[in-house]
Design a protein around this ligand. Structure first.
Ligand code: ADP
Ligand code: MG
Length: 667
């Protein structure tokens, strides 16, 4: 295969240049073919000087040389060649490091130039130009690729390498089953690779990109699906006890909650282990779905572990679970690192012997000394906080239970499909009815009086508030100083209103004490660093003030705002910002002001930050995407997923002749 031939076979590319290519990840000719241009230089139309503008200062046209002179520059005397285009507009070529041009660009001769020009005092000049004897050599009449560069590499060398690689490897074989080209109107790969580098039109470039993007998305989806155990759809009914719990609720489940429960139940009843992501906005009722599905598992004789990211949350969940499920005979225990001594011993024994059905805790659940009699189901709350490692910890214990990850940071569907290709996704899209949307105000730092006045009114009504300060250096001294100063200021503004400071350096039981006092309304407001971000549920808290809101990411802002609006009371979120805002910060605040829909916010987040950043732990897959951009083409992601599902269901081993090309791509 010539594809694996080294890049040094390109004429003029020696070992030194090859080292620069290597930095771009290009070692072979095929690597060069797979390098996506970052843009194009469209030289189809002749562009003369008077066609240039601020936005597009490029020319590609014929010029005639008029005179030679020299001018002093930092690099000594430099050659200046004056010329004019066919309109007679003048242009100075500043020939830094190219004194030899004096001999070539003889007065009166004509040349073809491609250049980016500057205009100064009505006169055009350029230091970045390519100049050739013929139109063809100058690339005029063509669209040329613009590649990412490294070190000494120039576009000229890159183009030489890509042209060489394309013709050396031509014709490049198809990479998809034959019928897909027609079905999805794709370009055959031989054409697609040529068109992505040297497009015949911008439309053809877009078509080529579509084909190559689809191909890599399909391979990504296939890789993930191939390793996932097949599952038969079994229709499974809720158990008697599940029904009883549901009947006892003061409300009925939303249709999304019911749908998600069905999906989870089906997985739990199937012989292969579940890996499912349950996503839904803050307060959409995921936890309830988790408890009901836990009951389902317990009724099959399995044990269930529910893991929360912090001790605070774990405790809150344990209390919630006990309130909901103990009356129905579910045996619940609570375990964190701080459960020690005799209590811990007893608890561990009950897990070993199977007299505890449901254990709620932190990651301590998966420490060495914890053994289960029959752990069948692990539920992981706020999965973006821990993710993959915990799953592996479970597997290392030799258990492969069903896993449900819950996330209140919604992920746009396209991202979920690629990022979590190995997970099934259940989504709670609609909120329980009767919620009043939170009103969000953007407040300038130096005009907070009105905000304080409205919060005073809320206090008089017996409502509560959070004041959140950003964490700057992982809650070191300076953060504490900042929240402390703020607390002092607030005490002056709201004299006699009971309050407390809460931050992550406080001991757990002190934090719990403060939260209990807040819940029991002995405290009216909390001043906090972002410890209140996840999961805390206080119904009478109606005001959320976020200081330096511009320093928070969208996901965090959305989470924080979700701490209010948790009852039928009208709630308010105040985003306080300083003077100089970056464009991204402005965009984030605008999004927060305009919508409370977590899925919209997630989509915006994806636009602002890009998939790599958003994906965090799981981003490795994206680093491999060369052509596809999931923000631009959600429909392509969908198409790739559904084709991958079809292919895997028909031919899991990819042994059919038509799928041979895919088998090869998957290695
Ligand atoms: P999440 O875990 O998705 O953030 P929670 O499970 O904490 O949401 O639910 C928030 C609140 O809504 C809880 O007090 C819960 O009891 C309540 N809730 C859940 N489902 C419903 C429903 N279908 N109708 C009304 N309230 C509900
Ligand atoms: Mg929750």
């Amino acid at each position: 295969m010539r594809g694996s031939e080294r890049i040094t076979s390109v004429p003029g590319v020696g070992d030194k240049t090859a080292a620069e290519f290597a930095r771009l990840g290009i070692h072979t000719l095929m690597d060069m073919v797979l390098l996506a241009p970052r843009g194009y230089d469209d030289r189809r139309e002749e562009r003369r000087l008077r066609d240039t503008s601020q936005e597009d200062p490029s020319i590609s046209c014929r010029i005639t040389i008029l005179s030679h002179s020299e001018f002093p520059s930092r690099r000594g005397m430099t050659l200046k060649v004056s010329a004019e285009d066919d309109d007679g507009t003048g242009l100075d070529l500043l020939c830094f490091n190219r004194p030899f041009l004096k001999g070539q660009l003889r007065i009166g001769s004509s040349w073809y130039i491609a250049a980016t020009v500057q205009r100064y005092r009505g006169r055009y000049s350029t230091a970045a130009f390519e100049i050739k004897k013929t139109r063809e050599e100058a690339g005029i009449g063509r669209i040329l690729p613009v590649y990412p560069l490294s070190g000494e590499l120039t576009e000229k060398i890159m183009r030489r390498a890509s042209s060489y690689a394309l013709s050396a490897l031509s014709p490049l074989p198809d990479e998809l089953p034959y019928h897909l080209y027609e079905k999805l109107s794709l370009m055959h790969h031989a054409d697609a690779y040529r068109e992505i580098h040297y497009p015949s039109s911008m439309e053809a470039a877009a078509e080529a990109k579509r084909t190559l993007s689809f191909t890599e998305l399909l391979v990504l989806e296939l890789e993930a699906l191939r390793d996932k155990a097949p599952r038969k759809s079994i229709r499974s009914a809720p158990t008697e006890r599940e029904r009883s719990v549901m009947r006892a609720l003061p409300f009925s489940l939303t249709s999304d909650q019911l749908k998600c429960l069905d999906e989870i139940r089906m997985d739990l009843d199937s012989p292969s282990p579940m890996s499912r992501l349950l996503q839904g906005d803050v307060g959409s009722g995921k936890t309830l779905v988790a408890w009901l599905s836990a009951v389902h598992m317990i009724d099959q004789g399995g044990q269930v572990a529910f893991m929360a990211p912090t001790e605070l949350l774990a405790r809150q969940h344990a209390e919630g679970a006990a309130e909901l499920l103990s009356p129905f005979g579910v045996r619940i225990a609570f375990l964190t690192g701080s459960v020690k001594g005799e209590g811990r011993k007893l608890l561990l024994r009950s897990l070993r012997e199977g007299t505890t059905d449901l254990i709620v805790g932190t990651h301590a659940l998966f420490s060495e000394d914890v053994e289960f009699r029959n752990l069948r189901y692990a539920i992981i709350d706020e999965q973006h906080r821990f993710g993959v490692q915990q799953r592996d910890a479970l597997k290392n214990k030799g258990i492969e239970p069903n896993v449900l990850s819950m996330s209140a940071t919604p992920i746009p569907r396209t991202l979920a499909l690629t990022l979590f290709a190995d997970l099934d996704v259940s989504t709670i899209r609609t909120m329980p009815s009767g919620r009043i949307p939170i009103r969000t105000y953007l407040v300038r730092e130096d005009s907070r009086e009105k905000m304080f006045a409205s919060i005073s009114v809320e206090f008089r009504r017996g409502h509560q508030a959070y004041f959140v300060y950003p964490r700057i250096d992982d809650e070191g001294e300076s953060d504490l100083k900042d929240v402390t100063t703020m607390h002092e200021e607030l005490k002056r503004i709201f004299p006699g209103v009971p309050s407390a400071l809460i931050h992550s350096k406080l001991p757990e039981d002190e934090k719990m004490g403060i939260l209990r006092a807040f819940r029991e309304k002995r405290i009216s407001y909390l001043v906090a660093t972002s410890v209140v971000e996840v999961g805390i549920d206080i119904p009478d808290a109606t005001c959320m003030v976020i200081e330096h809101a511009d320093r928070f990411g969208l996901a965090a802002l959305h989470q924080l705002r979700g701490r209010v609006g948790r009852s039928s009371l009208p709630s308010y979120c105040f985003l306080v910002f300083g003077r100089s805002l970056s464009e991204d910060a402005k965009a984030r605040l605008r999004v927060m002001h305009d919508t409370t829909d977590g899925f919209r916010i997630a989509e915006k987040d994806l636009e602002i930050r890009g998939p790599g950043e958003m994906a965090g732990d799981r981003q490795s897959g994206f680093l491999r995407l060369r052509f596809a951009s999931i923000t631009e083409t959600p429909e392509l992601v969908e198409a790739a997923r559904s084709e991958a599902e079809r292919i895997i269901s028909e031919d899991r081993g990819l042994i059919k002749a038509e799928n041979a090309v895919l088998r090869k791509a998957l290695g």
